[in-house]
Design a protein around this ligand. Sequence first.
Ligand code: MRU
Length: 339
Amino acid sequence: MLNSGFATIAEDGDAVVILDQTRLPAEIAYVRMTHVDHAAHAIRVLQARGAPLIGATAAYGVALGLQSEADDATLAAVCRQLAATRPTAVNLQWALARLQTLLAALAPAERRAAAWAEARKIAAEDIAANAAIGQHGLSLIEHAAARTGIAQVMTHCNAGWLATVANGTALAPVYAAHAAGIRQHVWVSETRPRNQGHLTAWELGQAGVARSFVADNAAGLLLMRGEVDIVIVGADRIAANGDVANKVGTYLKALAARAHNVPFYVAAPVSTIDFDCPDGAAIPIEERDAEELGIHTIGLAGCPVKNLAFDVTPANLIAGIITQHGVFPPQQLARLHRA
Ligand code: MRU
């Protein structure tokens, strides 16, 4: 079984095992995936979620989908099925394009083994990228702690190890600071409607990191009162101009952070940057099922709902993007593209 303190996805013979994030934090349960349908379902219902983990799950989904047949038609159908699961996190399309390009150039008989190997590689790269993000973000938390004695960090959604193969993105610097013995405290917002903040509070608790759980709308007051030194969030897609799509509610935190002169950082691997996407307006924003807002349970059945799962934070509100290659002003992402 998976080591639930560190990894979200693992191979198990011809199967892939994931932590079922829809059951956390109440229960630690696993899903054993043996078919591409299982991977597509896991991504769609958020059993596997968070941009980097979605990418890795999709990569393993391709491997599962080519188990018995690996001709061109099957490869195309499997990639199409996985691509249709969620629109915003670009890691999904990135991983599928990577697999498709590699596999299409091989003979069908070679594709199955190559798909497993490439999925394994994507997972390993994610672990390494996130570890590097942790080291690059560490100094930001270190500076905050040096200034105030204890770094007060605010995050949103879950961009910890649960959202990746391991290590996390936004929480990677927090874990690096924890390992370095730096005093810190994390404000965790609940992240309605899917409550990914529960996951963040749970994983920080498991690691022994001091944290407090707050309602989403408490962020403005905390920032106004000077109770936050730095905001660090993850990303689902970063446009070429540095605009960032992340879980809905991120933009409001960025606005409040700017109003109170608190630096707002985004942590993400380069696989989350979509250099073909010119700006935030071009990022597809997922709209999820109305039921997620629970209107049927509060006597509002039939009321029209718009359940926007993500929002866009403009580049001008972002102090820096923490990647595995260093911290970049959002306007300078092109440097990464060229590299
Ligand atoms: O809908 P989710 O739970 O997949 O959304 C996740 C987020 O928005 C995360 O903040 C983002 O993917 C970064 S994860 C390292």
